[in-house]
Ligand binder design. Structure first.
Ligand code: SAM
Length: 293
């Protein structure tokens, strides 16, 4: 990332840079993260919101740049993450509202945002234990669907999400926003269809394909005590035969009414909460580490 200040921009004591100019090259670089090409080249992405940034750091994600609105200066939590970012060799920018609006392309931007290094898990490192559930998505196209699925996988206690074939970028701003922070909690694996097929043959999980022509009611499957992959089809084309053939079960969610199918994220949610029903208990909110509201 380039690092030249314009004449308007100052470096404050403690290595915090004050930036008000949209033409500052550092800001130009950060704005370019809205493009996949730039995210791929730099291996970074943008996340918005103080809570999200704190969670990400706590979960061990590497922060490259912390950006906050001028009004946040002196706030305890902001100063703490600023110090931590500097200690880890990152950059801290205190910016005007105009700059924040330009970076996030939103009228009411979050007051704290950050650039993080991307992180994906390797397929070879995936070891499935009984009752582990992974979601596998075939060529998912819609960023909102992917983000919602990552968030839902987190809420249902899934072990991770596999992205098969040519999928939308999980680190796009739209996907990251839709995950509501779960992008930092749910391991993601990228695989080709061939890699997925070879791996599932070897690892032997129960692969449940979610299919409009499935002959099995999704509620009748014995998920308990088994490692399970929930394999979901592409939004337009559904599951191709090559993947459907690799499934131990082809499950259908019974529908009534006029809709041909459910939205992919909704279908994934329905499947996930059924597959993990025996593991989810209202009486034990502490198991999620979160306080009930
Ligand atoms: N036109 C596509 C088709 O023919 O499969 C519709 C795909 S649907 C929008 C996206 C994915 O959601 C499907 O591939 C399937 O995995 C899942 N899905 C949606 N409705 C479902 C249902 N009633 N039963 C099982 N899976 C469903």
């Amino acid at each position: 990332m380039s690092d030249h200040a314009t004449h308007n921009d100052k470096v404050r004591v403690g290595q915090v840079k004050e930036i008000t100019s949209l033409s500052n090259p550092v800001i130009k670089d950060i704005r370019a993260l809205s493009m996949k090409k730039h995210r791929d080249e730099t291996g970074t992405f943008l996340a918005e919101g103080l809570k999200l940034v704190i969670d990400a750091i706590e979960l061990g994600w590497s922060i490259r740049t912390l950006i906050y609105a001028k009004g946040q200066r002196g706030k305890d939590q902001v100063e703490k993450i600023a110090a931590l970012t500097i200690a880890r060799g990152g950059l801290v920018l205190e910016v005007s509202d105009k700059v924040l609006t330009a970076i996030t392309r939103r009228d009411n931007p979050q007051a704290v945002i950050a650039v993080f290094e991307q992180k994906l898990a390797a397929l070879e490192a995936v070891r499935m234990a009984p009752d582990d559930t992974w979601v596998a998505l075939d060529r998912v196209r819609d960023p909102g669907n992917l983000g919602t699925i990552i968030r839902t996988a987190d809420a249902a206690g899934a072990a991770g999400v596999m992205l098969i074939g040519d999928t939308v970028d999980p680190f796009s701003t739209e996907t990251v926003r839709a995950t509501m922070g779960s992008i930092f909690a749910v391991p993601l694996v990228r695989v080709s269809e061939a890699e997925f097929l070879a791996w599932s043959k070897k690892a032997e999980p129960l692969v449940v394909g979610s299919h409009l022509k499935g002959s099995v009611d999704y509620r009748s499957i014995g998920y308990k005590g088994r490692p399970v992959i929930l394999l979901m089809g592409n939004e337009q084309q559904g599951l191709p035969d090559t993947l459907a053939k690799a499934c131990g079960k082809l499950a259908r969610i019974p529908q009534t009414g006029r809709a041909d199918s459910l939205n992919l994220a909704i279908a994934t949610g329905v499947m996930l909460f059924e597959a993990r029903r025996h593991l989810l208990d209202l009486a034990e909110p502490a198991a999620t580490g979160k306080t009930p509201s």
